[in-house]
Design a binder for this molecule. Structure first.
Ligand code: GLN
Length: 541
C-alpha cells in the first residue's frame, strides 16, 4: 500500500511548495522508494489551459496530452519520470465529474454535498496514481486559510483517518519573514497558519521554513514548541542559487531520515551521487553565453519555466552558464538589444500582440546568422518571416493573426476548423516525428524517429511547402501519420532550427534536451567568434 505525504502552504503563496514536494520526492527516490507526486489546484478552471500565463505561469504538457500545472514540470525534472493527466487535477475537474454523475442519476435520492461527495471524488483522485508506488506526495495548491482549498484539506484529513497515522504525513511549508528594522525573524505567521490547519483537524508533522536568513537554534526550538513538532522536524529552506540544490539542503538536515522514520519505511539505498554531480556542474561553468528570449510574457519568469530550465540544462551539457536576456518585442530598439547576444529564442505564444516584433527578431537572427531556436509559435513566425522576406509574399501570415491573409502560410487543419470549445481541444501531447538525414535536427537527436509534445492549433500550410523548400527552407521533421511539418531549418545559416512542438518539456538536468544542448553549443561557437559580451543583468543558473 502506498503511503501519503500531503504538502500544504502557509502565510503566502509562491513559497516553493512545488520545489519542496519535488525535492522530498527526489530524496525518497534516492533511498530506493517508488515515488510520484500529485498537484491539486483549488480553482474552478477544469485545467490551466484556458488561463493567462501572466497569472498562472506556464501550462505544462504531459506525454498523454494533459494541459497541466507547471509543478508537474518540476516533478518530471527532479524525478526523471513522466507524469500523466492523473497527476494534476483542479476543483473544476472534481466538480465537473461529480455534477456529471449527479446528472446521470448516480446519486439518485441523495443531496449532493461537498462532504462527502466532493471529498470522496478528491480522495478517489488521490488514489488514482498509487499503483506500484511506495509513496505518493500530494501538493495542495493555494494557502491554508483559503476558502477554495478546504475540500482538498478535508479529503487529506479523511485520508489520514482511513489509512492511519503511520501511513500519512503532513508537511507544512511556511514563511519566516525577516523584519529589517528590528533585524528579527518572525514566527508568528507560522504559528497562525499551523493554528488554521489544526482548526480543520490536521496536525503538521514537519514544518519547512522558507527564510532569507539562517534560523538560529532558538528560533527553531520556538517553532517546534508552538507547532507541536520535534525540533528535528523543523527544516530550514533558505534561498539557494539553484533549485536543484534544495534536495541536498534538505538531506543535510536529515529530512529523508525523518520521513522514513515517521512513515515506518525502510530505505533500500542511499545514492544522491548523480544529483550531486548535477549541482557540482551548475557551480562550475567554464564559459558563458547570452541568449535572447523574445516572448510576450517576459515580466513573469514562470511563464517560460520549462524553457528556462531547458536552457540551464543545455548550459550543463556545455559546461556553460546561460544568461537569459528578455527582449521586449514591442520595443522599437530590437536591433540594439540583439547586438551582442549569442543566440535567439522565440518561445510559444498566443494572440497577435508583439507578433511584428517577433517577425523582426527572426529576421535579425536569419540575416545576421545568429543561432536561432524557435518553439511552436517561434516556428510559425520563422515560416512567416521567410515567406515575407525571402519569398517576397507580402502579407504572408498565420490565419490566427490575419484570417484573410493572401498567403496563409500557417493555417488550421480541417479538424481544428470544426472545433467549438476552446478548452483541451488543441493538438496536445506526444506525436511521432521522422527526421531528415543530415539535418541539424538529425545530428542533434542522433536518431531518425523521435517523439515530442505539442500544444497548438495551427500548422505549417502544406500548400506552401514546395515554394518554401525551393528557396532553402528545409523541412527536416515531419509527422508521418498526418504529413505535418514539425521541424524547419535554413540552408544558408550556421544553426537555425524551429520546431512545431515544445522540446522544453522533455529536458531534464540529468539528460538535457539535444536541441537545446546543440543550440547552446552553436551560441558558444558564436561567442568564440564574437566574444566579450557583457553578462546580462538577468542571470539564471
Ligand atoms: N498560437 C499558435 C497555435 O495555436 C502557437 C501555439 C504555441 O506556441 N504553443 O498554433
Amino acid at each position: 500500500m502506498a503511503k501519503y505525504i500531503f504538502v500544504t502552504g502557509g502565510v503566502v503563496s509562491s513559497l516553493g511548495k512545488g520545489i519542496t514536494a519535488s525535492s522530498l520526492a527526489k530524496l525518497l527516490q534516492s533511498r530506493g522508494l517508488a515515488v510520484t507526486c500529485v498537484k491539486c489546484d483549488p480553482y474552478i478552471n477544469v485545467d490551466p489551459g484556458t488561463m493567462n500565463p501572466y497569472q498562472h505561469g506556464e501550462v505544462f504538457v504531459t506525454e498523454d496530452g494533459a494541459e497541466a500545472d507547471l509543478d508537474l514540470g518540476h516533478y518530471e525534472r527532479f524525478l526523471n519520470i513522466d507524469m500523466h493527466h492523473t497527476n494534476n487535477f483542479t476543483a473544476g475537474k472534481v466538480y465537473e465529474t461529480v455534477i456529471a454523475k449527479e446528472r446521470r442519476g448516480e446519486f439518485l435520492g441523495t443531496t449532493v454535498q461537498v462532504i462527502p461527495h466532493i471529498t470522496d471524488e478528491i480522495k478517489h483522485r488521490y488514489r488514482l496514481v498509487n499503483k506500484g508506488m511506495d509513496v505518493v506526495i500530494v501538493e495542495i495548491g493555494g494557502t491554508v486559510g483559503d476558502i477554495e482549498s478546504l475540500p482538498f484539506l478535508e479529503a487529506a484529513r479523511q485520508t489520514e483517518m482511513e489509512l492511519g497515522q503511520d501511513n500519512v504525513l503532513f508537511v507544512h511549508v511556511t514563511l519566516i519573514p525577516y523584519i529589517k528594522a528590528s533585524e528579527e525573524l518572525k514566527t508568528k505567521p507560522t504559528q497562525h497558519s499551523v493554528g488554521k490547519l489544526r482548526e480543520i483537524g490536521i496536525n503538521p508533522d514537519i514544518i519547512v521554513c522558507r527564510t532569507e536568513k539562517p534560523l538560529s537554534n532558538e528560533i527553531k526550538a520556538k517553532i517546534a514548541l508552538f507547532c507541536s513538532v520535534p525540533r528535528e522536524s523543523v527544516i530550514e529552506a533558505p534561498d539557494v542559487p539553484s533549485i536543484y540544490e534544495v534536495p541536498l539542503v534538505f538531506h543535510k538536515q536529515g529530512l529523508d531520515e525523518q520521513v522514513l522514520m515517521l512513515l515506518r519505511l525502510r530505505a533500500t539505498s542511499r545514492d544522491l551521487s548523480e544529483w550531486q554531480h548535477v549541482v557540482q556542474r551548475i557551480h562550475n561553468p567554464k564559459g558563458d553565453v547570452t541568449i535572447a528570449l523574445a516572448g510576450k510574457y517576459t515580466e513573469l519568469k514562470d511563464a517560460y519555466k520549462s524553457v528556462h530550465e531547458a536552457l540551464a540544462h543545455a548550459g550543463l551539457a556545455n559546461e556553460t552558464k546561460v544568461h537569459i536576456r528578455y527582449i521586449d518585442v514591442l520595443s522599437p530598439n530590437l536591433e540594439k538589444s540583439l547586438e551582442d547576444v549569442h543566440g535567439i529564442l522565440v518561445p510559444g505564444g498566443f494572440g497577435d500582440r508583439g507578433i511584428d516584433g517577433k517577425i523582426r527578431v527572426v529576421q535579425i537572427a536569419r540575416e545576421r546568422k545568429i543561432p536561432y531556436l524557435g518553439l511552436c509559435l517561434g516556428m510559425q513566425i520563422a515560416t512567416i518571416e521567410f515567406a515575407r522576406n525571402v519569398l517576397k509574399l507580402s502579407g504572408a501570415h498565420s490565419t490566427e493573426f490575419d484570417p484573410k491573409s493572401r498567403y496563409p502560410v500557417i493555417d488550421l487543419m480541417p479538424e481544428q476548423k470544426n472545433v467549438k470549445d476552446l478548452g483541451a481541444t488543441m493538438r496536445l501531447g506526444s506525436y511521432q516525428c521522422q527526421l531528415k538525414k543530415g539535418s541539424l535536427a538529425y545530428k542533434a537527436y542522433g536518431a531518425a524517429a523521435i517523439s515530442e509534445r505539442h500544444r497548438h492549433r495551427y500548422e505549417l500550410n502544406n500548400k506552401f511547402r514546395k515554394l518554401l523548400e525551393e528557396a532553402g527552407f528545409i523541412i527536416s521533421g515531419v509527422n508521418p501519420a498526418k504529413n505535418l511539418a514539425e521541424i524547419v531549418e535554413l540552408r544558408d545559416h550556421p544553426w537555425f532550427v524551429a520546431v512545431q512542438f515544445h522540446p522544453e518539456f522533455k529536458s531534464r538536468p540529468q539528460s538535457p534536451h539535444p536541441l537545446f544542448a546543440n543550440f547552446v553549443a552553436a551560441a558558444l561557437r558564436r561567442g568564440q567568434e564574437k566574444p566579450a559580451s557583457p553578462p546580462s543583468p538577468i542571470l539564471y543558473a
